[in-house]
Design a protein. Structure first.
Length: 105
């Protein structure tokens, strides 16, 4: 969003939007209508920033709450793998647990 001053000295308000992936200027006008559009665009930008901050704070709280669970998951995975190895299993191709064939002898 920007105000452009033309050679006649008048200011004109333009919005930038994307059409088929390309940035395109959209003429809004000048005078009170353009001023109102500029204020609305500024308010929308501020609201978008506030929403972004709100969701970033929520995400940070969720990540903080999940940290102990991550440690518990790692510990339980290590314990499960240890028990399977002790019981005679091995990890085939990195994703499937199989029982080792017993040697007769």
């Amino acid at each position: 969003m920007s105000w452009d001053r033309k050679s006649n000295g008048r200011k004109y308000y333009y919005r930038c939007k994307r059409v088929d992936g390309k940035a395109v200027k959209e003429y809004v006008g000048r005078g009170p209508r353009a001023e109102q559009a500029a204020v609305q665009d500024a308010e929308a930008r501020i609201q978008k920033m506030l929403d972004q901050q709100h969701w970033m704070c929520r995400l940070a709280r969720i990540e903080t709450a999940c940290e102990p669970l991550s440690g518990l998951l790692n510990a339980s995975t290590l314990l499960t793998r240890s028990v399977l190895v002790v019981c005679g299993y091995y990890l085939h191709k990195g994703h499937e647990w199989r029982e080792r064939k017993r040697q007769h002898g």
